[in-house]
Design a protein around this ligand. Sequence first.
Ligand SMILES: NC(=O)c1ccc[n+]([C@@H]2O[C@H](COP(=O)([O-])OP(=O)(O)OC[C@H]3O[C@@H](n4cnc5c(N)ncnc54)[C@H](OP(=O)(O)O)[C@@H]3O)[C@@H](O)[C@H]2O)c1
Length: 251
Amino acid sequence: MSNKLDVSKEFIGRRALVTGGTRGIGAAIAQRLLDAGAKVVVTARSRGDSLPAGAAFVAGDVASASGVKAIAAGTLQVLGGLDILVNNAGGASGFPRGVASIPDEDWQSAIALNLFAAIRLTHALLPALRESQAGAIVNISSGAATMSVGAIAHYAAAKAALNSYSRALAIDLAPHKVRVNVVSPGPVTTPGSREFSEALGAPPDLFAKEIPLGRYGAPEDVAEMVALLTSDRGKWMTGGILNVDGGMSAR
Ligand SMILES: NC(=O)c1ccc[n+]([C@@H]2O[C@H](COP(=O)([O-])OP(=O)(O)OC[C@H]3O[C@@H](n4cnc5c(N)ncnc54)[C@H](OP(=O)(O)O)[C@@H]3O)[C@@H](O)[C@H]2O)c1
């Protein structure tokens, strides 16, 4: 018998929740898990028109406490338990005039969406993840967390805090065999990144010159690394921050 891993159906029997799974990176993650046999719930505020084939949809706003409660309950109702949590929903508006021009409410909403959503959802779903034999959390951060860009300082600060939170959580949950890792993408072509560039009046490939591999990422490039970390192939990895950015952070 071959010792080679068959990864094509490695998520059979696994139950996953992907936040922001209706488009962009989240949809690619959901599709990747579904393709290898997982049962997947995606959540977003609205269903959209490109839900990954085979995914169940639970509506909710991850940036509010009541939304998180509804998402957690709806997910457990559909799946009957949980093995994989991907906190992917995120983003923020840009402020070209710099840090001091970012209003209070935008700081608060960036923190609610990019940090607090993951904290609340993790707490709500922790009992289910602890019961799993293969519990894995991936939080989607951003290369911005380690860069100084005034226009998105609120977003970068929230993602940096998400990195710190995730590392601490990984240590706390290790005795329960629930693994926690961060995937930190560089610029990826998604509806969100296109909207962001348009709002700033910038070209959609603004950062391409800074990427050693010479191109923006595709959502699937990120999804593949999430599959690695949430599968048994990643079973000895926890507390990691994986840069998936065409080499941008190595500069
Ligand atoms: N694209 C990039 O270049 C890039 C780079 C680094 C990191 N990232 C990170 O990667 C993640 C995904 O980015 P993306 O570019 O794929 O995003 P996107 O295209 O804007 O999609 C965002 C998804 O999140 C959902 N969402 C947004 N706000 C939500 C809320 N309050 N509650 C529930 N769902 C919400 C959206 O659906 P609804 O609007 O219907 O709620 C949508 O499904 C984010 O965390 C982002 O910070 C992206």
